[in-house]
Structures are given as C-alpha cells and as structure tokens.
Design a protein around this ligand. Structure first.
Ligand SMILES: [Zn+2]
Length: 374
C-alpha cells in the first residue's frame, strides 16, 4: 500500500493505463545497479529516482570535474572535486526520498563486479570504456541479471538490453575489443552534451519496463540514434553461437577484467611516466617540454618551462622546433593522448628523441610535482 504522499507523488503513474499501482509497487520494491554516474548514468539516475525505483546502487570512483558538467546533469558546479557517488546521492535524495541510495566510491572491477550485480535486479551500464562494458556483461550473465546497455560517440549513440537466454550479449556483438588506435583517442573524444541525455533516458525507460514487466524490452534489438540527422533506427541483433561467453562452446567461465589500452604498442613505446619525466628534469638534461593543449587549457596551468603549440598547429609550426631535432622533446597534453599524436608527428618529421608524458598534465598535477615547482 502506498502512503498518502506516495499516492500524490506517483499519481500520474497510478492513473496510467497499463501501469497503475501494481507497476509502481514493483518499482518501489526494485533495485538497480548504476555503473557510472557520468553522462549516461546522470539522466538515467534522475528518471529512475523520480519514477520511484526503491534502491539505487551507484558505483563510480571518479570526482566531479568542471569538464563533466556539459553533459553530467546529476552534478553541479559547487560540487567540483566531490566524489560523483556522493553528488549523485545528494541529487537523488533531493528528488525523491523514497529512493535508498547506496554509494560505492570504487572502480567497478572483477573483484566487486559479481557481488554488486548479484544484489540488484538489473544493471544499467553507463560505462565509458571497453573493459568495464565487458565486465558488466560477463558479471550480469553469470548472475542472470539483465543489462541495459548504452554507449555514445561524438554525435551518435546506441542502446540495447542484454538478457541471458533471451537474446545476444555484448560479446555476441563485440567478441573482442577494437584494436588499439582504431578508436579515436578514447579519453578525449568529444561528445555532444545532450546526446547522453537521450541515450541515458532511453536506458532508464528500458530499466523501468524490465522492472515492471510492461512493454517490449529492447532484447535482440539495437536502437541507434544519430543526433545530427535526428534519426532513430532499430536493428535486429542475434545471438552468436560462437560467442565466447553465451555461445555453444564457451571459453569464458569466470569474470575477469580485460586489458585494454587506447594506444598501440608503437605508441606505448613513446611514453615516459612521471618518475622518468622528473628524473629527466632533475638530471638537468637539455629538454624541450612541448605542451600541445589548447590555449584555454594552458591558461589553467602548465608545467613550468614548457613551450606551447596546440596539436592542431604543430604540423604547420614544426619549424619553430628545429633546434630540438636532436634533443629530448617531451610532449604533454591533458591526459596523454594528444601528446602521443604530437610525438608521432615529430618523429615523422625527423625528430630523434621524442616522448609523450603518460597521463599528461593531469597526472603531473596529481603527482604533487607542482608543489616543488611553484
Ligand atoms: Zn554472447
């Protein structure tokens, strides 16, 4: 039975033909594991909370950053630096006190995956990387829980539901992750801010349908959305009998995190880590620090003594670096993806000793080196 305030809160669900009290009570008794409180997890969490999902378990190890707010509408400017799960809890509590929020301020890994998945009715996958998507898929398969999958890239997104025994799994579609280097700079690829709003809301819709048993879930169908053309497309997707997880002769029997990197082995060889970088600087080696970030990023701080040429201008301005052709050049960007591209450009231009700082300016800031230099 609903309390009087709940009858008021959910009035538009209660009067909805095909929904009503029964579906509302199911929602209130249900629990959802939200993997990631980012672009997809934000709109999903807002609507699941408003709809009255009884328990939301939010797992994310990231903190709110100003650069998230363009699309992660669960968070706000005054919460920069706060763990995303804490910010999520505050927002959700504000929307609907009926929802119990469990915050897991950790990375979703092969150590906690099955336990977290096992205690919820379904998983809403709001991950932004391949290892987590495979992990969500595998853990949910073994625990027999459906996954509402969503992903976005640039101006396009997709959504589907993986349910064991009823349709394909993520590995049926993508048996192995894409080759490193084929996915444009994962960590820094752009995305239209409103796009995850559409896909995350579609995911929330599917979650509510699965939890209440209404409608036709997106099992065996993939919804594709193109924001520029404003077109939705639904494709049939089928189980792959050769799938390493759900196929006839499976090779995956336990949940294990896959190794995945956005860079190729050749690119990896160009990287130096913070310790090597500091060693180089402390040894007094003549060295050019080339910051290839955009002007607005550099304005927020930079490694002292660095030279600034945005990546997009590097080819045209390579002549400015002639004196460094035989010297050490360390390229730096925000997280170490663009800087690899810069190092490759310089290498192709005949520079002999180029490197890219792994983790970029963000890692350098985190390492605390900034204190010694300021
Ligand atoms: Zn499969």
């Amino acid at each position: 039975m609903l309390r009087p305030d709940q009858q008021q809160r959910y009035a538009r669900h209660l009067s909805l033909p095909g929904f009503g009290l029964e579906a509302q009570e199911r929602l209130l008794a249900s629990s959802v594991l939200l993997v990631g409180a980012g672009g997809l997890g934000s709109p999903a969490a807002l609507y699941l909370a408003a709809a009255g999902v009884g328990r939301l378990v939010v797992v994310d190890d990231d903190a709110v950053d100003l650069s998230n707010l363009q699309r992660q509408v669960l968070h706000s400017t005054d919460r920069a630096g706060m763990p995303k799960v804490e910010s999520a809890k505050r927002t959700i509590n504000g929307i609907n006190p009926d929802v119990a929020v469990v915050t897991i301020n950790e990375r979703f890994t092969d150590r906690n995956a099955r336990e977290l998945v096992g205690q919820c009715d379904l998983v809403l996958d709001g991950a932004d990387n391949f290892p987590t998507r495979y992990l969500v898929n595998d853990a949910a398969y073994f625990e027999g829980k459906p996954v509402v999958h969503g992903s976005i890239h640039l101006f396009e997104g997709q959504c589907t539901v993986f349910a064991r025994g009823r349709g394909p799994c993520y590995r049926c579609l993508f048996p192995v992750p894409p080759a490193p280097g084929t996915v444009p700079s994962c960590a820094e690829a752009g995305v239209l801010g409103v796009l995850p709003g559409i896909i995350g809301t579609a995911q929330a819709t599917e979650a509510i349908k699965l939890l209440t048993g209404i409608g036709e879930p997106l099992i065996g169908r993939l919804l594709r959305y193109d924001a520029l053309a404003m077109q939705f497309q639904t494709l049939s997707i089928r189980r792959n009998d050769g799938c390493p997880l759900c196929g006839g002769d499976p090779t995956i029997h336990t949940v294990r995190e896959i190794e995945y990197t956005c860079v190729t082995p050749a690119q990896r060889a160009l990287e130096i880590d913070i310790a090597e970088f500091e060693q180089l600087r402390n040894a007094g080696t003549r060295c050019c620090l080339l910051d290839v970030r955009e002007p607005h990023e550099v304005a927020g701080g930079t490694v002292p003594g660095s030279l600034h040429i945005p990546l997009g201008q590097l080819q045209a301005r390579i002549g400015e670096l002639q004196e460094w052709r035989r010297e050490e050049v360390v390229c730096i960007c925000h997280v170490g993806i663009r800087s690899i591209r810069a190092a490759e450009l310089l290498q192709q231009g005949g520079f002999e000793r180029v490197a890219s700082l792994r983790g970029g300016f963000a890692a350098w800031m985190k390492s605390g080196s900034v204190g010694g230099e300021a």
